[in-house]
Design a protein around this ligand. Structure first.
Ligand SMILES: NC(=O)c1ccc[n+]([C@@H]2O[C@H](COP(=O)([O-])OP(=O)(O)OC[C@H]3O[C@@H](n4cnc5c(N)ncnc54)[C@H](OP(=O)(O)O)[C@@H]3O)[C@@H](O)[C@H]2O)c1
Length: 327
């Protein structure tokens, strides 16, 4: 099969369209002919050799896909050849074919294109996990979502709105505020020119927020803690702002009974991913049908232009998902 491969770890120009062995489904898996895949920040790290795939996963980049089932394992009863699906992968999405456990698939929502469906799995499952499973956002609570216009951020805004958040506050660079507002953010903060902690306290009557979805880690740690209210929860999903906090005042963790959580989706067990896929599908499929939830697509690229797509993501230019059309 054709696949995007790596000459060696490094810059985007190490990526090329080559030939790889086509995977075969085991008893509980299906084989999917991929029509579209989507970029994730993790792909750029894997490309540089900084994020190896978990044991047993394909070495080919790509954490999600949409496509058509072309073969099923002998124990698979929930899908048939020809079904259109999308799903989360531990790797192997930048390819013509991939195998995936039959219970890790999501049916392609009615009326969706392959490009739209490929924009769902990674960011919506990540955001759903952070909001529903980890922070357990309740109706009427306030939430701060960093990197609001990122793939995960755009999904998190919509899920927080669907869950009944009373106030959705995001940080993003100024040119990305409009899309965040369209999706449901009430307050947008330009983190480049404004102090987000001061802004959060201003718009919440000095109360702070109940939940924070964070990707900036060290750079935002103290300000995040200062922005949380009593019994506040913070979910850390990335280390984009560094891993080391030089000085930190712990008091508020204790006095405000704060909970600080971290998570990576890729390393979760198969059983966890199956449960998450089911719970997310139950929550979201009807909402995709009514457009209450919508994947946000920045741009669609031919997969031959994958290096340009990686450069575009690394320049922080995207609002929502960057899609690769696989052909
Ligand atoms: N833990 C997990 O399970 C999990 C799963 C999926 C993704 N992730 C991680 O989540 C992050 C987002 O992923 P993605 O694919 O959605 O990314 P993305 O679409 O590439 O968006 C990342 C955005 O972060 C914003 N940003 C950069 N520095 C910022 C800052 N100081 N403050 C606020 N925003 C800033 C940039 O937008 P601006 O122009 O607004 O700066 C950038 O476009 C990545 O680090 C990814 O690795 C984690």
């Amino acid at each position: 099969m054709k696949a995007i491969l790596l000459k060696e770890f490094g810059a985007p120009d190490q990526l090329y369209l080559g030939e790889a062995e086509q995977p075969q489904p085991n008893s509980n898996e299906v084989l999917v002919n991929i029509k579209a895949t989507a970029l994730n920040r993790a792909d750029t790290l894997q490309r540089k050799g900084m994020y190896p795939p978990p044991p047993g996963a394909s070495k080919i980049l790509g954490l999600e896909m949409s496509g058509v089932i072309t073969a099923i394992g002998d124990k698979v009863t929930n899908w048939k050849v020809g079904d259109k699906v999308c799903g989360l992968l531990a790797g192997g999405g930048y390819a013509e074919y991939v195998t995936i456990h039959s219970h890790c698939l999501i049916p392609m929502p009615e009326g969706f294109s392959f490009e739209e469906a490929a924009a769902i799995p990674e960011v919506f499952l990540t955001a759903f996990q952070a909001i529903s499973y980890l922070s357990k956002l309740k109706k009427g609570e306030r939430i701060l979502i960093h990197a609001g216009a990122s793939g995960v951020g755009t999904a998190a805004i919509q899920i927080a709105k669907a869950k009944g958040a009373s106030q959705i506050i995001v940080t993003a660079s100024a040119g990305k505020h409009e899309i965040c507002k369209q999706l449901g953010a009430e307050i947008t903060i330009d983190y480049k020119t404004q102090n987000f902690e001061e802004e959060v306290l201003k718009v919440t009557d000095n109360q702070g927020v109940n939940v924070i979805i964070d990707f900036l880690s060290a750079a935002y740690f103290q300000k995040n803690i200062n922005s949380l209210t009593m019994d506040g929860r913070m979910v850390m999903l990335a280390l984009m702002g560094g891993i080391k906090v030089e000085e930190f005042v712990l008091t508020k963790i204790l006095t405000r009974r704060l909970q600080i959580m971290g998570s990576t989706l890729r390393a979760r067990s198969l059983e966890y991913k199956i449960g998450l896929t089911k719970d997310f599908s139950d929550f979201a499929l009807s909402k995709f049908a009514t457009k209450e939830l919508q994947p946000v697509i920045d741009s669609v690229h031919d997969w031959k232009d994958v290096a340009d797509a990686h450069r575009y993501m690394e320049a922080n230019k995207n609002k929502g998902k960057i899609i690769l059309r696989v052909s």
